[in-house]
Design a protein around this ligand. Structure first.
Ligand SMILES: NC(=O)C1=CN([C@@H]2O[C@H](COP(=O)(O)OP(=O)(O)OC[C@H]3O[C@@H](n4cnc5c(N)ncnc54)[C@H](OP(=O)(O)O)[C@@H]3O)[C@@H](O)[C@H]2O)C=CC1
Ligand SMILES: O=C(O)[C@@H]1CCC=N1
Length: 271
């Protein structure tokens, strides 16, 4: 891949752009970005990442090998309408849009165009995205390889069946937000117990980071790692019992399933 165009310049597009720029895998001016109307926003991205912003959609997609669709689901149709006269079947469309099927995106273009659906997360901005991808009907092996190469530069990439993208969205697309919400709650509890905010933040941040690395490096399951911390009648046991009494499992299940169901709903509403 030599050139990539982003249709949509919001949080997710910026996270991917930031990751690609840091990975240094493309010339910065081969990264093109456009949005609907917020000129200030694309100019800020242009300055920050030394990339190119354009408003003329024909110019945006003209020489792009990969066109990334990064609008909200309800803006997709208008976005595709604005580029469909200018895209060709030798270009690859990559959609990061929650809920929307590859078949629907191809149908909007009116062409048998290759589409890869991807679900990255905002940790892409520092090269730590957990991305899942699935291939649409017209995507060949080479397109999957191109998409995997792209997302491998900003984290890890797993290929899944398209039907699994809804639950993937519920765990890893939205997932960082759940962790941040947990951190917010831990910080509040620490401050209410009298701890300095900066100290709480530093300790919790390193705790989350360390737990993530332990999950990745130790070879132990989450359950085993938890048990290694939980001394009989100790502090952790007391904490975990409070989580159980408050139905932590049910709360987390409901969180993940609600996100999954919303993804399904977004697909139905916008496709
Ligand atoms: N944020 C996240 O953590 C993740 C998001 N996603 C998916 O990424 C997509 C984008 O999310 P996010 O970045 O958070 O959303 P934002 O609202 O931050 O960004 C949406 C962007 O789309 C642009 N846009 C709207 N309509 C058009 C159009 N017709 N043509 C070109 N650009 C257009 C907007 O431009 P303007 O400002 O000018 O209106 C804006 O730049 C969503 O579909 C979401 O499901 C996937 C994984 C994670
Ligand atoms: O909240 C959303 O709809 C998007 C999709 C995954 C993360 N953010």
């Amino acid at each position: 891949m030599k050139k990539i165009a982003f249709i949509g310049a919001g949080s997710m597009a910026e996270s991917i752009i930031s990751g690609i720029v840091q990975a240094n895998v493309l010339e910065n001016d081969d990264i093109i970005v456009t949005n609907k109307s917020n000129k200030e926003r694309v100019e800020r991205l242009e300055e920050k990442y030394l990339i190119t912003s354009m408003q003329d959609k024909a110019d945006v997609v003209r020489d792009a090998d990969v066109v990334v669709l990064a609008t909200k689901p309800y803006d997709l149709e208008a976005a595709v309408n604005s580029i469909k006269e200018h895209i060709k079947q030798d270009q690859l469309l990559v959609s990061v849009i929650a809920g929307i099927s590859t078949d629907y995106i191809a149908s909007l273009t009116g062409q048998d165009i290759p589409v890869i659906r991807a679900m990255p997360n905002t940790s892409a901005s520092i090269g730590y995205s957990a991305t899942a991808i699935s291939a649409g009907a017209f995507a060949k092996e080479a397109h999957i390889v191109t998409a995997k190469e792209l997302f491998d530069t900003i984290g890890t990439t797993i290929i899944v069946e398209e039907e699994d993208m809804h639950i993937v969205t519920g765990i890893s697309g939205s997932g960082p937000a759940y962790i941040y919400y947990l951190v917010e709650a831990m910080e509040k509890a620490a401050i209410d117990s009298g701890l300095d905010q900066e100290i709480a933040k530093a300790l919790i941040t390193q705790t989350v980071r360390g737990a993530g690395e332990m999950l990745k490096q130790s070879g132990d399951s989450a359950e085993v790692l938890r048990e290694k911390i939980t001394s009989p009648a100790g502090t952790t046991q007391a904490g975990i019992e409070a989580l159980k009494e408050n139905d932590f499992d049910r709360i987390v299940r409901s969180c993940v399933e609600s996100a999954r169901d919303r993804s399904i709903e977004l697909g139905k509403k916008n496709g």
